[in-house]
Ligand binder design. Structure first.
Ligand code: NAP
Length: 247
């Protein structure tokens, strides 16, 4: 039985990923901040997919002191690990022009700092194991700094670059590191936002991501067509992006 540890998977895309892996008969250990949400998800997946084993570990990713103990607990509960997947993310919507330092810092803490800590612990563990896979849900939003939400963009750029470095570091040890860059996913993170297009339902995104991770793909967008959009966005000269760049 393959074993996956999913970080931040009690809602949205992460919850859909937990369901996909449970349906495929994995051992699934979920890190989440809400005991109630974890218990409900573990009970639900356990009853619908008896072939799977589903466990929950409480961890608020904003609580730095809790990260390493939670990582150790998740490993102990899981026994061993084939895939460590960091999905958690926060995106606060502001008015698009005012920086909000507290909320910006929370995005950096959850999307980048906690990710660096947990993925770093996982990297050390997999290096010694000499096999396995690490993955992070980054975003096309990390491809460029946009005026609408600079801190969210920066948090995802940090995650993308960190994962690239880990990939290069761990390649000689037989460990695969994958970066997932979704466009828009139909979750509460995007709820109420206007002007969205190519929105992928979370269940479809989860299936695409699990399939591509299983094939060992290192960097991919969901849907794939976002890769072209990302390329075009990166090619727009700075002076033009400043004026016309997407929010
Ligand atoms: N939706 C999109 O369009 C989109 C696009 C590109 C990338 N992404 C990325 O995809 C990932 C999943 O996003 P989503 O759309 O599924 O968002 P979501 O529905 O808001 O789910 C976010 C998940 O992160 C968890 N989380 C947030 N802060 C946490 C904390 N302090 N401690 C523990 N868990 C925490 C949430 O836990 P709770 O259940 O306790 O709230 C939830 O399970 C994120 O990394 C996001 O940046 C999303």
């Amino acid at each position: 039985m393959k074993r996956v540890i999913l970080v931040g998977a009690t809602d949205g895309l992460g919850k859909a990923l937990a369901e996909v892996y449970a349906a495929r008969g994995f051992w699934v250990t979920i890190l989440g901040r809400s005991r109630e949400k974890l218990d409900a998800l573990v009970a639900d997946l356990g009853s619908r997919f008896p072939v799977a084993t589903v466990k929950g570990v409480v961890c608020d990713l904003s609580d730095r002191a809790r990260l390493e103990p939670a990582f150790r607990e998740a490993l102990a509960v899981t026994g061993h690990c084939d895939l460590f997947l960091y999905n958690a993310g926060v995106m606060h919507h502001g008015d698009g022009v005012t920086s909000e330092p507290e909320r910006d810092a929370e995005m950096m803490d959850v999307n980048a700092v906690a990710a660096v800590r947990l993925l770093g612990l996982a990297a050390n563990w997999f290096r010694v194991a000499g096999r396995g896979q690490i993955a992070g849900i980054s975003s096309i939003a990390g491809d460029r700094g946009r005026k609408g939400n600079p801190a969210y963009n920066a948090s995802k750029a940090a995650l993308t670059t960190f994962l690239e470095g880990l990939r290069n570091r761990l390649a000689p040890f037989g460990v695969t590191v994958s970066t997932v860059k979704p466009g828009y996913v139909g979750t509460r993170l995007t709820a109420g936002k206007s002007g969205l297009f190519w929105v992928v339902p979370p269940a479809d995104a989860a299936r695409i991501i699990a399939d591509r991770l299983e094939k060992g793909h290192e960097v991919f967008y969901v849907y794939g067509r976002w890769a072209l959009f990302g390329l075009a966005m990166r090619l727009v000269p700075r002076f033009l992006f400043k004026r016309l760049g997407p929010p």
